[in-house]
Write a protein that binds this ligand. Structure first.
Ligand code: SF4
Length: 353
């Protein structure tokens, strides 16, 4: 690769981003965690708020999981938020609250993998180490017409060794960031802007006229679909919520009552009768189950990386009633509107909140 052409393109076209203009190792770490699988424009909203709330590693280490998840709400891939918190605690315990300066030590921190270690070490500490992500793989596969599948280990190794040869020791951070911007703005996954590309005359894929054929595509498996019924249940002015388990999909986030299948009105009514009498006691509520106040909130869908949810939502109003002791846990807990607003919910059910 003509490294000077890439750096010169970067000097003239780089994006002005807050974590670049005010560069700190901690800010670099947070921005890299937020940028995984997420658009820059989305991160621009979250980054300053997160740093305002947790200005340094020690404040993040001292936070609660609910606090971190609330600030992360809507960004998705919530394991990143939990990993940041775990990572911050590890840094306080093993590195006296400061990120270590080498990629070899950074990679020991929970949540920091080879890409992020390379990105932080090169950008914040000027270590000449590659940061190979999907952008980088796409660019190199096109430049050299490498017939490789991005997700395979051999592809990563091949691209890593090419980047390691190209990375300039005096500007490693700019080089890695230049690849990121170049992959986002010019050598994009679809319709790359080859006419504006400084490598147009040397790029093998472009010369072959097969830019979008590189890297090779893996044949896609069909995404599994799950059906859910989401119930926003008011008991008086309180709302029934449930915290998801601490591991697995959407771990640690709050949700509304979530039942399997796309239930119809009469099924919801039956479920209420069968289950919520147990929750709230049967005497004063019995009348409300003859014709309960149920409103349809509509259908929705959410696409995860490996799964799709098709949903239907209902809002239900029940008379004010304290849950029977011992049964509350089975269904979740009743919270006030104020507390409800402070809880971190999965964006999958945002339309029903
Ligand atoms: S010529 Fe096109 S495909 Fe090749 S590196 Fe440039 S933008 Fe990418």
């Amino acid at each position: 690769m003509d490294v000077e052409s890439l750096l010169s393109w970067y000097r003239n076209n780089h994006r002005c981003l807050p974590w670049r203009t005010d560069r700190t190792p901690y800010g670099t770490w947070i921005s890299e965690a937020m940028l995984q699988q997420t658009r820059v424009t989305t991160v621009l909203d979250y980054y300053p708020r997160f740093l305002e709330h947790f200005p340094d590693i020690r404040s993040l280490a001292a936070s609660s999981e609910d606090e971190v998840l609330k600030l992360w709400e809507g960004l998705g891939y919530y394991s990143r938020a939990r990993n940041l918190m775990r990572g911050a605690r590890y840094v306080c315990e093993h590195f006296d609250g400061e990120l270590p300066e080498s990629s070899d030590l950074l990679i020991r921190i929970p949540g920091i993998g080879p890409y992020m270690a390379g990105a932080i070490a090169s950008q914040a500490f000027q270590e000449p180490v590659p940061a190979v992500d999907g952008n980088c793989i796409r660019i190199y596969c096109r430049l050299y017409a490498l017939p490789m599948i991005p997700s395979e280990r051999t592809t990563y190794n091949e691209v890593y060794s090419r980047v390691a040869k190209d990375i300039p020791p005096e500007e490693p951070g700019d080089f890695n960031e230049a690849l990121m911007d170049f992959g986002s703005l010019i050598c994009t996954p679809k319709s790359p802007r080859c006419t504006a590309c400084p490598f147009a005359t040397e790029c093998s894929a472009n010369l072959l006229g097969k830019q979008e054929d590189f890297p090779l595509k893996k044949t896609k498996k069909e995404t599994p679909v799950e059906e859910h019924t989401i119930l926003r249940i008011f008991v008086g002015k309180k709302i029934l919520v449930h915290k998801r388990p601490s591991s697995g999909l959407l771990a640690g986030l709050f949700e509304l009552v979530d039942l399997p299948g796309n239930m119809e009105y009469h099924e919801v009514k039956k479920w209420l009768k069968d289950n919520l009498l147990e929750f709230c006691g049967d005497s004063s509520l019995a009348a409300s189950f003859i014709e309960p106040d149920i409103r349809v909130l509509g259908t929705g869908k959410h696409i995860f990386s490996h799964l799709r949810w098709n949903m239907i939502g209902y809002e239900i109003h029940l008379p004010d009633q304290e849950p029977i002791k011992g049964n509350a846990k089975k269904f979740g807990e009743l919270v006030s509107a104020k507390k409800y607003g402070s809880l971190a919910f999965a964006s999958a059910i945002r339309m029903y909140r």
